[in-house]
Write a protein that binds this ligand. Sequence first.
Ligand code: TGC
Ligand code: FAD
Length: 399
Amino acid sequence: MTQAAVSQGVSAGMSADALIGIDALLNAEEREIRDTVRSVVQRKINPHIASWYENGDLPVRELAVELGELGLLGMHLKGYGCAGTSAVAYGLACLELEAGDSGIRSLVSVQGSLAMFAIYAFGSDEQKEQWLPDMATGHRIGCFGLTEPDHGSNPSGMRTRATRSGGDWILTGTKMWITNGSVADVAVVWARTDDGIRGFVVPTDTPGFTANTIKSKLSLRASVTSELVLDGVRLPEGALLPGATSLGAPLRCLGEARFGIVFGALGAARDCLETALEYARSREQFGRPIGGFQLTQQKLADMTLEYGKGVLLAMHLGRRKDAGDLVPEQVSVGKLNNVREAIQIARTARTILGASGITGEYPVMRHANNLESVLTYEGTSEMHSLIVGQALTGVGAFR
Ligand code: TGC
Ligand code: FAD
């Protein structure tokens, strides 16, 4: 801080977390997990993230092993080498990871809440033993193929087909926008069968399976996003997830990943808020720190309120999940609110940084761009509005 800032009375004040009193919401173990993940992000992610993002190049394999060593992959699952933490602890880890970058949280979400969870919840004992321990350590990477080029918000219309051939299955179709698709060892692929929508565990070295990385993204650049092509992929009966018998199965996986985003998006928001606060304390215009202007303080106050309300909501939903009574519509409330407010916080923070806000020197524009994807994936904000609307009115407005 400059001497002028001190003399104008803009001293380093409280953090938003301290003002809201977030520590009081957490028990000692939760605080320890949060602090550990925060420190890892500061040491291992923050020094590199700007260049990973700019180059559109994430060292997924190395990072997966590091995240696995920390117990962050499939963190809230029990057994198979998974840490078996509470849902709140998992949420707090997502928050800290996304303070680094949404792409890092995505890596962890897709691995643990989508690919691993699908096998954990719906797989056979053999499938669980075969895949989960190596996925928990990060030595094997998974992806989750639900979305198709023509079926995003409406996965019930999917065209990927699985047909019987003797004792085998043959999969044909295309999946789109699949996180980690071209670095994955295993893809959980959802396909239409004569018995409805079923899930398959597809080793990515199976003949007929190809993954093409999607380039030229302007959001989530520190994340691998791919198209999966299944061209007559022949799989044994043992590749079928026996417990997944309808669209409800992938939607249950989405509930897990959406829960992580309820917390995660707030990490991006917090990083933007803290960056804006620090900048406002030191940047001077008209002979004073811009943090001393009322309009800037109003922005900072509003950002803090929405961030704080988001954390309270996330913690409430996390406690409900740990109690076993969280329902999908409540997850939609959290995802809709917290991502929408996070993106607004990122955009407001950008205005406080002025021109500096558009550069990669600060994390704000990167978070704002990432949050555009977060607003869309795991159910668009419109889908979550309709889920909440249906819960309130009893009338579905999807079709
Ligand atoms: P609908 O009739 O409502 O539901 C079909 C069956 O599923 C059940 N169900 C759920 N179960 C558990 N959790 C949920 N969240 C559930 N939502 C629905 C439902 O009870 C029903 O069960 P049953 O027994 O009666 O059959 O299905 P619908 O076709 O009308 O669709 C409803 C809609 C539009 C809400 C749903 O399709 C939807 O959520 N669409 C959005 C698609 C989406 O979110 N895709 C995400 C792809 S994965 C991804 O984006 C990864 S991003 C990477 C990262 O996370 O970092
Ligand atoms: P569409 O469904 O075509 O929607 C376009 C617009 O129309 C949206 O605004 C939508 O809300 C609106 N709309 C659609 N239907 C209605 C309606 N009934 N009423 C009102 N508005 C409506 N998918 C996976 O399966 N696995 C992954 O790992 C994965 N990773 C992703 C990573 C990234 C970076 C991104 C961007 C996406 C990823 N997705 C993944 C796909 C994501 O889930 C879809 O993009 C999302 O579900 C929306 O589908 P869509 O893009 O086809 O948009």
